[in-house]
Design a protein around this ligand. Structure first.
Ligand SMILES: [Zn+2]
Ligand SMILES: [Zn+2]
Length: 266
């Protein structure tokens, strides 16, 4: 599997990046064609990220779009995706499988101004996610874990084949969405090869129940015994070195900051 950062800016788009969006891809067999191909899942679609996705691939080839929660910084650009699919001059393909917390269905329509949600799901085939749901996308097995945020929010754990095609080992990565520490995230992090953890706060902020800090992301990585930690959703006004050093004070493994365009190959 490989993870590409389409947008990593926390809570808003910023001068260095679009807001939250991540592309996860794996090689796998397609029963319809009888051939191997690249399967692509997009996690979140924050403001500005649709264009970043388009830089990486034809958006019509995305297999599934998963939304962690209904805050605009994680989903506002679904409307760009909708317009692209509906009005592409070469015609549209089958609707895109889209999933997230139940309230996201109405929010997608609200962003576009549609009174009728059914217009949106013609192109973005929406499925409400519940804790523990498992979705199979080609060779990738995706499980939803509940977060601790101001609205219903999920993290996604993805198990799939190693990018080394000689290897038969499966690899795992997970993305926290927006969350403070909670049992769901602790469970999700167990034994991961890579944890992509938000840290919308630093240790200076005392508010609980919204975001991780670098330190709490580090604790999550340590307690999960993860292979490597990638920090994301850092606010544009925060020096990334602050959450990075907070995380490194809790976690001895490889720790990096997610930058737009960076890729990790597992
Ligand atoms: Zn956010
Ligand atoms: Zn949020």
């Amino acid at each position: 599997m490989r993870l590409t950062v389409l947008g990593s800016s926390g809570s808003m788009s910023g001068p260095a990046s679009s807001a939250s969006s991540y592309l996860v891809q794996a090689q796998g067999f397609d029963r319809e064609t009888g051939k191997m191909r690249t399967w692509s899942v997009v996690l979140d679609m924050g403001p500005g990220s649709f264009g970043e996705l388009w830089k990486q691939m034809d958006p019509r080839d995305v297999d599934a779009l998963l939304i962690s929660h209904g805050h605009a910084d994680h989903m506002a650009d679904v409307i760009s995706f909708y317009v692209f699919l509906k009005w592409h001059p070469e015609g549209h393909r089958a609707p895109l499988y889209t999933a997230g917390p139940a309230e996201v269905r109405a929010r997608m329509a609200q962003i576009d101004g549609y009174a009728d949600e059914d217009e949106i799901v013609e192109m973005l085939d929406f499925h409400a996610v519940a804790s523990g749901d498992v979705l199979q996308v080609g060779p990738m097995r995706i499980t939803a874990f509940p977060g601790n945020h101001t609205v219903e929010s999920f993290g996604f754990r993805i198990e799939g084949p190693s990018d080394d095609l000689q290897s038969t080992t499966s690899v795992t990565l997970a993305y926290t969405g927006d969350t403070d520490s909670c049992d769901g995230m602790t469970e999700m992090a167990q034994g991961l090869d890579l944890l992509l953890a938000e840290c919308g706060f630093t240790e200076v902020e005392q508010t609980r129940g919204i975001h991780l800090t670098g330190g709490r992301a580090g604790v999550l990585a340590r307690e999960g015994g993860v292979g490597q930690l990638v920090l994301t959703h850092i606010q544009p006004w925060t020096d990334p070195e602050v959450p990075l050093s907070e995380a490194q004070s809790q976690f001895d493994g490889q720790t990096e900051v997610a930058l737009a365009g960076s890729t990790w190959v597992l």
